[in-house]
Design a protein around this ligand. Structure first.
Ligand code: ADP
Ligand code: MG
Length: 339
């Protein structure tokens, strides 16, 4: 049955850290809670864990109302950003720790620890101490330890947040593979949209204590429900309703509307057609794997277009050149104040 969060709220004083949130996490799936800092992700995770009690609403685990159940009874594994391993214990002893306090027989513990070290690809590191490991290896030990007692649910709160970008990318792929092997229902908190897109089956986008949208990575990217989601997931051009870009002005219903346009959806041409608008190339930024072209509309606004190398080479455009653009798709939303 997985996890059902039903209309849960948490107040700190009069401040709604989590405000009427409902989320369903299917058994065996990996769901990301994604949102900016302060959007209530950790508070929600802590309530699922039982470390915090909701002010209203209910949390159901495997078909049982667990709202007021203790942490111990929920059979949950955790990994936090700074999950301090025991410094004076070896890797093997750290992973064995939760089994020992549960008085699991020694031979069984030994076998389980070896399995877990294999699983997190740290075979041969069992005798090391935490200070003899890299940050990424330490988090893998933390994950092995959290899986030791075979939790029903795994909760990860920005587990790779303190690591550098390259290691984080490697660990994402690794986590995805691990999840496919272990298949424990997992909730993964992150503020990094790429991380959420790459790792999870479903993404819950949070903002100011509320859920903005729930969907697969592709749904969220291609069909953002709100201007917040569109701006938070991936790059976007936000233009006023009167920008000289829409061939069909009837799309805009109010002067307060804004046009949201992904840079990857902007098509550049060197000759006009019925759907194009005339623009000037202002700047070309070559990132190697992608070329970013800054364009200026007749009405003065800037539009960014991201092109592949092939597209760019075919076009053969230069700064200051007049070209024509159209777009594959755009979204119209009411005015959105970026805060
Ligand atoms: P996130 O994990 O998305 O960054 P949090 O869930 O940690 O967000 O926090 C959500 C909001 O609740 C923040 O504004 C934070 O300051 C506030 N908050 C979290 N924990 C407490 C607390 N124990 N007391 C008061 N305010 C808190
Ligand atoms: Mg947090």
């Amino acid at each position: 049955m997985g996890i059902a969060v039903e209309n849960v709220s948490k107040l700190y004083g009069s401040f709604h850290a989590v405000d009427g949130v409902s989320v369903f996490v299917k058994t065996g799936s990996l769901v990301a809670l994604l949102g900016p800092s302060g959007s209530g992700k950790s508070t929600l995770l802590r309530m699922i864990a039982g470390l915090e009690e909701p002010d209203s609403g209910e949390i159901w685990l495997d078909g049982e109302n667990a709202t007021y159940k203790s942490v111990q009874k929920r059979q949950i594994g955790f990994v936090f950003q700074h999950y301090a391993l025991f410094k004076h214990l070896t890797v093997r002893e750290n992973v064995a720790f939760p089994l020992e306090i549960r008085k699991v027989p020694k031979s069984k513990t030994q076998q389980r620890v070896e399995e877990l070290l294999e699983l997190v690809q740290l075979r041969g590191f069992g005798d090391r101490y935490p200070h003899q490991l890299s940050g990424g290896q330490r988090q893998r030990v933390a994950l092995a330890r959290s899986l030791a007692v075979q939790p029903r649910i795994l909760l990860l709160d920005e587990p790779f947040g303190a690591l550098d970008a390259k290691v984080r990318k490697e660990l994402r792929m690794w986590l995805r593979k691990l999840h496919e092997e272990v298949n424990v229902t997992t909730v993964f908190v992150t503020h990094d949209q790429e991380e959420a897109m790459e790792v999870s089956d479903q993404i819950v986008v949070m903002n100011k204590g509320r859920v903005e949208q729930i969907g697969t990575p592709a749904e969220i990217y291609d069909h953002p429900a709100t201007p917040f989601v569109m701006s938070f997931i991936g790059p976007v051009n936000v233009l006023p309703s009167n920008a000289d870009i829409l061939p069909d002005k009837s799309l805009v219903t109010a002067t307060t509307d804004q046009i949201f346009l992904r840079p990857h959806d902007v098509v550049i041409q060197t000759s006009p057609d019925d759907a194009t608008t005339s623009v000037k190339v202002y700047r070309i930024i070559n990132l190697g794997w992608e070329i970013r072209v800054e364009l200026v509309l007749m009405s003065g606004e800037t539009v960014n277009a991201y092109l592949s190398r092939d597209q760019f080479n075919q076009l053969n455009i230069k700064e200051e050149q007049h070209v024509y653009i159209k777009f594959k798709q755009a979204k119209i939303f009411p005015t959105y104040a970026v805060s």
